[in-house]
Design a protein around this ligand. Structure first.
Ligand code: 5GP
Ligand code: MN
Ligand code: MN
Length: 314
């Protein structure tokens, strides 16, 4: 990225943010970029702004310094928005982003049409962390930075199993391994390990799941009551959609949970269905095989809309 070095060198104060409900790639890319700047540029103030992150990511370097509240009177010289396909996805910090002198976007969402003074979007990249691997100079990546990058790639590829995993992804992962990353710790403790409550929630969702279109579509949802019964939060439902997707015979999976005036819809597909197109029609976005949106209406109406839109593509 031509302007990357130049803009960082010029800036005294730098901020980094990602999308709402931050996932492994979002957290990993924001912290990796902070670490890379601190390691390789002299005298920069670098702040990361994100909504509260899950405890399993708190071992990553500088995770403890993440700022969760927007400081609307701060004007940074340079603001990075990472892993974020559209402006509504960084809404909690949008005022600050608007006040920044320069804005740079780095992303891999196919639904990202590009915003900011400069941007690099690579929809072929498995993760925003993979895009950062392209931008960073290999010999300037420290072990701490590598841990963050590896975490992001592990999460967005579902541990190197989703169709977004390419030869390049594996080559970057190999380079990060050589930096000394704790692969087992990252994969087990941040990806596979679930709390008791998260497992119970998954159980509920699997029991409630239903098949449509001759078993090619699977759909499930959790209600407010489901979450309350287990004292669970919506972030405890992360990963349920991936379990639905690997049901034998299924091409597309849909998972819903209630939000204000409607439902949050997550979609995954295996080979055929372009779920990003469906999400985009409803104001959302994502990747070809993993996308989401928020929809107004009743559960029944939303479910039948999404099922019929997926069926059209089958
Ligand atoms: P998930 O189903 O895990 O929430 O999201 C899957 C993918 O779709 C992620 O890459 C996420 O960034 C994107 N995504 C999910 N919900 C939305 C949304 O409401 N708007 C946009 N633009 N992207 C979304
Ligand atoms: Mn993400
Ligand atoms: Mn990502």
């Amino acid at each position: 990225m031509k302007h990357f070095n130049e803009q960082i060198s010029k800036a005294k104060t730098i901020a980094i943010t990602g999308h709402i409900h931050p996932d492994g790639d979002c957290i990993g890319s924001c912290l990796a970029l902070k670490q890379y700047i601190l390691d390789n540029y002299y005298g920069k103030k670098v702040d990361v702004y994100l909504e509260s992150i899950s405890t399993e990511f708190r071992f990553l370097s500088h995770a403890q310094e993440i700022i969760t509240e927007s400081k609307d009177d701060e004007s940074y010289d340079l603001f990075f928005v990472l892993d974020c396909g559209s402006e509504d996805r960084y809404e909690p910090f949008a005022t600050m982003v608007r006040c920044a002198k320069t804005l740079i976007g780095i992303d891999h969402h196919i639904s990202n049409d590009g915003f900011g003074d400069f941007y690099k979007i690579d929809p072929q990249a498995s993760a925003t962390c993979e895009v950062l691997c392209q931008i960073f100079e290999e010999d300037k990546i420290s072990k701490e930075c590598a841990q963050c990058l590896y975490t992001g790639i592990v999460h967005d590829t579902g541990v190197f199993k989703h169709s977004n995993t390419t030869r390049k992804t594996m080559e970057y992962a190999g380079m990060l391994l050589e930096k000394g990353v704790s692969t087992t710790k990252i994969i087990d403790e941040t990806f596979y390990q679930k709390t008791f409550v998260q497992n119970q929630l998954l159980g509920k969702a699997l029991l409630k799941s239903q098949l449509y279109a001759d078993g090619q579509i699977i759909i499930s949802n959790l209600s407010e009551q489901d979450f309350e019964e287990l004292h669970a939060s919506t972030s405890d439902s992360d990963g349920i959609i991936d379990q639905l997707r690997i049901t034998k015979g299924v091409e597309a999976a849909i998972f819903l949970y209630p939000i204000e005036n409607g439902y949050k819809v997550s979609m995954r597909s295996n080979e055929k269905v372009k779920v990003s197109e469906i999400a985009k029609t409803h104001g959302g976005g994502g990747h070809i095989r993993a996308a989401g949106c928020s929809m107004k209406g009743t559960l029944k109406d939303i479910q039948s809309t999404i099922i019929s839109e997926i069926t059209e593509q089958l």
